[in-house]
Design a protein around this ligand. Structure first.
Ligand SMILES: [Zn+2]
Length: 162
C-alpha cells in the first residue's frame, strides 16, 4: 500500500519562542517553531489532501509539541501563553493505543461483549482527557452495551426458557 500513496513533507522553520517545557520541566527554554505541510498524492501524481500543522521543539529535551497557532502567532504570544497552550495540548493528547480501543469499541460495538471490553478501556483511559476521544469512547461503550443487551434479551433469555 505504501507506494500507492506518497507523502511529501515541507518543513518551514519559524521564529524561536521561549516557553516552560512540560516534558523536561525546564523553565524558559528556547523552542524552535516550524510549520509542516504534508501533501499526499495517489501514485505520486493525483493530489489527495494536504495537512498542515505547527510544531515546537524544546531546545532542552528535543521533544516535539503540536501547536494550533502559527509560528508567527506563537512569536507574538507571551511565554506564559505559549507554556499554557502546550500544557493544554498535553492534557488533550490521547495515546495511539487508547484511540485504537475506542475505535474497536465503536466499529466492533455490534459484536456483543467484545466492544464492551475495549470501550471500557477507552472510557477509563480518556477519563481525564478533555478531547473528543472521551465522547467517542462513551459512544463506543453505548453501542457495545446496546448490542450486548440485545443479544442477552433476544437470544440468550428465549433460548434459556425452551
Ligand atoms: Zn523539554
Amino acid at each position: 500500500m505504501q507506494f500507492l500513496i506518497t507523502q511529501r513533507t515541507t518543513t518551514t522553520p519559524g521564529p524561536n519562542v521561549t516557553f516552560d517545557c512540560p516534558a523536561c520541566k525546564s523553565d524558559g527554554v528556547a523552542g524552535e517553531t516550524a510549520a509542516v505541510e504534508e501533501l499526499n498524492r495517489l501514485f505520486g501524481l493525483v493530489p489527495l489532501m494536504t495537512s498542515d500543522w505547527v510544531t515546537i521543539r524544546c531546545g532542552s529535551c528535543r521533544r516535539y509539541f503540536a501547536s494550533s497557532p502559527s509560528p508567527d502567532e506563537l512569536a507574538q504570544m507571551s511565554r506564559s501563553d505559549v507554556s499554557e497552550m502546550i500544557a493544554n495540548w498535553q492534557a488533550t493528547n490521547v495515546d495511539f493505543l487508547v484511540k485504537f480501543c475506542v475505535i474497536v469499541s465503536i466499529v466492533g460495538g455490534v459484536v456483543p461483549f467484545l466492544g464492551v471490553l475495549f470501550g471500557l478501556i477507552g472510557v477509563l483511559c480518556t477519563f481525564k482527557s478533555r478531547s473528543r476521544w472521551r465522547i467517542a469512547a462513551q459512544v463506543g461503550v453505548g453501542i457495545s452495551l446496546l448490542s450486548t443487551l440485545a443479544v442477552i434479551v433476544f437470544v440468550m433469555i428465549p433460548n434459556h426458557k425452551s
